[in-house]
Design a protein around this ligand. Structure first.
Ligand code: SAH
Ligand code: SF4
Length: 355
């Protein structure tokens, strides 16, 4: 029988689990404290639970769903990636991004974590290392949550902000994403506020509707990358399934209930979407959605033909968009690091066998 990983259980599921063992709800509370407050990694450490119960739990449950197998070097204030091996040997990566240097040059201890939601991705965007691999499988709830627990163990600090911008399309894994979000937001579990969580989607319309129905004030980033169907069809097969004529109304619906602006992610790729006529189209969509735009100069992926435009060309595109009254950010270094999260480390290490 496969063991239930406790960091992938919602508070309600912990109560149900304890009830199935004939235990009262206060035992679930105690268990939750061991798992989340004390972050124990063994059942023996749960000293206020009777030994027989600890044994039962150890036989049926686990406490960590993944093992960190590689952490990139750390220098103060820099991004760190880590690679986790799931129990079946598959690998995913996550990226720890420190907050910007604060006033007076003091480094903040706050971190943003970029997590993966799937092993590979079925959406097959033509510029993306994850898309290149195809989908292997969804991450379980415990594996999504496990990346956050691992990041907190590695960094020795709490994750303040969470972005679903690693490998995979989070909205194609709703069954595991929603319970993961419940655990992540629960005040007695990870306690990260909905406003500090950004879900990034390439435009999965049914997923967006389900996420809206979930009813929490999460932040939304949309990987637009093309401001007309012609460009999007060329680089994002998902657009053939849910073209802009479906995506834009779904996003308008989202903005009706969300107080936060949507972020439109727009990778700049030479001769594909970085030409001046695209500025007008992008501005029109941003206006329509009252959204901000994040421009990301394309990160070269080995084996793919796409080219990052010159820095001058990126700056010109950015300036032209600003001139249209759109709030725009373009981050060279940090953006570069964040997007390197998208499957690129795994491509190199994908062959590690399970132990
Ligand atoms: N599947 C979701 C979540 C992954 S987010 C989504 O697509 O939104 C990862 C972000 O990195 C997306 O905006 C993606 O389009 C972008 N990305 C992928 N490959 C990239 C590359 N080579 N250079 C820059 N950004 C890239
Ligand atoms: Fe999947 Fe996002 Fe990469 Fe597209 S950009 S292939 S949706 S991970």
């Amino acid at each position: 029988m496969e063991k239930t990983c406790l960091i992938g259980c919602t508070p309600t599921q912990l109560v149900e689990l304890m009830a199935s063992l004939g235990q009262k709800p206060y035992r679930a509370k105690q268990l939750q404290e061991w798992v989340w407050k004390h972050r124990v990694t063994s059942f023996d450490a749960m000293t206020n639970l009777p030994p027989a119960l600890r044994e039962q739990l150890a036989a049926q449950c686990s406490l960590r769903p993944l093992e960190v197998v590689e952490v990139s070097e750390s220098t103060v204030g820099t991004t760190r990636k880590f690679l986790s091996r799931m129990q079946d040997g598959h690998l995913v990566e996550s990226v720890i991004i420190p907050a910007a240097v604060g006033q007076g040059g003091v480094h903040s201890s706050r971190i943003t974590l970029c997590v993966s939601s799937q092993v590979g991705c079925a959406f097959g965007c033509k510029f993306c290392a994850s898309g290149l691999l195809g989908l292997t499988r969804n991450l379980t709830t415990a594996e999504i949550v496990g990346q956050i627990v691992a990041a907190e163990e590695i960094s020795g600090t709490r994750v303040d902000n969470l972005v679903f911008m690693g490998m995979g399309e989070p909205l194609a894994n709703m069954d595991n994403l929603l319970p993961a979000l419940t655990i992540i937001m629960d005040e007695h579990s990870l306690n990260i506020g909905a406003r500090h969580i950004t879900i990034s989607t390439s435009g999965n319309v049914p997923g967006l509707k389900k996420l809206a129905a979930f009813g929490r004030p999460l932040r939304l980033a949309v990987s637009l990358h093309g401001a007309c169907d012609e460009v999007r069809n060329q680089i994002m097969p998902v657009n053939k399934k849910w073209p802009l004529s479906e995506l834009i109304p779904a996003l308008q619906e989202w903005t009706r209930t969300s107080k936060h602006k949507i972020t439109l992610e727009y990778i700049l790729i030479q001769d594909v979407n970085a030409m001046l006529p695209e500025v007008d189209k992008l501005a029109r969509i941003a206006h329509l959605l009252n959204a901000k735009v994040n421009l990301i100069p394309y990160n070269t992926v080995e084996g793919l033909p796409w080219v990052r435009p010159s820095e001058a060309a990126c700056r010109f595109f950015c300036k032209s968009l600003i001139a249209k009254g759109i709030p725009v950010t373009m981050r060279y270094e940090k953006g570069h690091d964040i997007n390197a999260a998208c499957g690129q480390l795994r491509l190199r290490k994908v062959q590690i066998p399970p132990h």
